[in-house]
Design a protein around this ligand. Structure first.
Ligand code: HEM
Length: 330
């Protein structure tokens, strides 16, 4: 690496560390301020404190990941390229997704509670708690919620398998789609190569190939991605059934269409990233796309949750304020 290349890579890493610290401070300082002024509703401090801990864990994981690329043995081997452990890279992305899921769900839930307390609408439903309860206890909606939860988990697992692809540079192999080397799947002896087993009895052959063999890791990601796409399409089509459509809240229906559209974009981004040999803008777009798809599913789950404690507290506060104003007028 020459000095100019080093400067560029240094800039990205330095910028990422500074942004990470700013995000941490930007989260913890307001949290301490609002907690000290007792401005948080009953369940929020616990959720937010857990997220502050996750933030600290994420910082630690970032350090631990970078450390894995600084092995002394690399300096001794001529031509060796420092690389971080793909397991630690995936763990870093996993924590980022969990932290994001916690923040997004908490933020949207709080906004929905506020809207319900002030405007009386919930995911597009009007008519108060009884109407909401009617919709959310409908067996069709319960079934839809279970499927959405499973799909959200599948998107998460697919994204984590993508991190293994990125960490092993497995996107630089088999740059074609839908085939791999002219076949739907590479030969079994390549997918489960004995070269990756470390135990003499070969008992780790399966899991090491699934997690460490770049060919198998890319194949896993393709299979999971196709599974995710089919599952998203199936959920979207179920939402087009007139009975299901009539049962779902309006907001959930719109988000479902958004999720289906995003799954299409995400698959196209993934295929383009592979065909063009992983150029950074496409790879970054594909990573951002996974967050957008995950966001749609998280939002669907939140749209099918009941109003929280904060909504009731705000409603009571508004009633108390209205009573005080009325009393003053008398
Ligand atoms: C729902 C579908 C998909 C999701 C949620 C998803 C998610 C992800 C994620 C999160 C990463 C890691 C990005 C990073 O950490 O830099 C990734 C990497 C990757 N994905 Fe996907 N992906 C999907 C579909 C696909 C498809 C269909 C393909 C192509 C066959 C594909 C090819 C790749 C490649 C080549 C990489 C490595 C990029 C790199 O090295 O930076 N993905 N994917």
């Amino acid at each position: 690496m020459n000095v100019e290349e080093f400067k560029s890579i240094f800039f990205w890493e330095w910028g990422h560390r500074v942004l990470g610290r700013l995000a941490g401070i930007g989260f913890v300082l307001p949290l301490v301020y609002f907690a000290a002024r007792k401005r948080l509703s009953a369940s929020l401090p616990r959720h937010l404190a857990a997220m502050a801990l996750l933030f600290a864990g994420q910082g630690f994981m970032g350090w631990y990941m970078v450390k894995s690329g600084l092995e002394d043995s690399l300096l001794e081997t001529p031509g060796a390229v420092p690389r971080v452990s793909h397991y630690r890279l995936a763990s870093h992305l996993c924590l980022a997704f969990l932290l994001y899921a916690g923040m997004f769900s908490t933020g949207i839930s709080t906004l929905m509670d506020w809207r319900f307390a002030h405007k009386g609408t919930w995911s597009g439903i009007t008519g108060g708690e009884a109407a909401i309860s009617n919709v959310l206890t409908n067996p069709i909606v319960r079934k839809f919620l279970t499927r959405s939860r499973l799909l959200c988990g599948l998107v998460f697992i697919t994204a984590m398998s993508g991190a293994l692809v990125a960490g092993l540079d497995a996107g630089l192999l088999y740059n074609e789609f839908p085939l791999m080397g002219g076949r739907l799947a590479p030969p079994a002896d390549e997918l489960f190569s004995p070269d990756f087993a470390k135990k003499p009895d070969g008992s780790d052959l399966w899991w090491r190939n699934i997690l460490e063999n770049p060919t198998t890791v890319q194949f896993d990601h393709r299979c999971l991605a196709i599974g995710t796409y089919i599952a998203t399409t199936a959920l979207w089509m179920s939402g087009r059934n007139p009975v299901v459509r009539a049962a779902l809240p309006p907001l959930t229906r719109s988000l479902l269409t958004g999720a289906f559209a995003m799954a299409n974009i995400q698959v196209l981004l993934g295929i383009s990233t592979l065909l063009y040999l992983v150029p950074v803008p496409l790879a970054a777009g594909h990573q951002a796309g996974s967050v957008a798809l995950f966001t749609m599913l998280l939002h669907i789950l939140v749209s099918l949750r009941r109003p929280g404690a904060a909504a009731r507290v705000w409603q009571q506060a508004m009633k108390a304020r209205a009573a005080t104003v009325a009393a003053r007028k008398l």
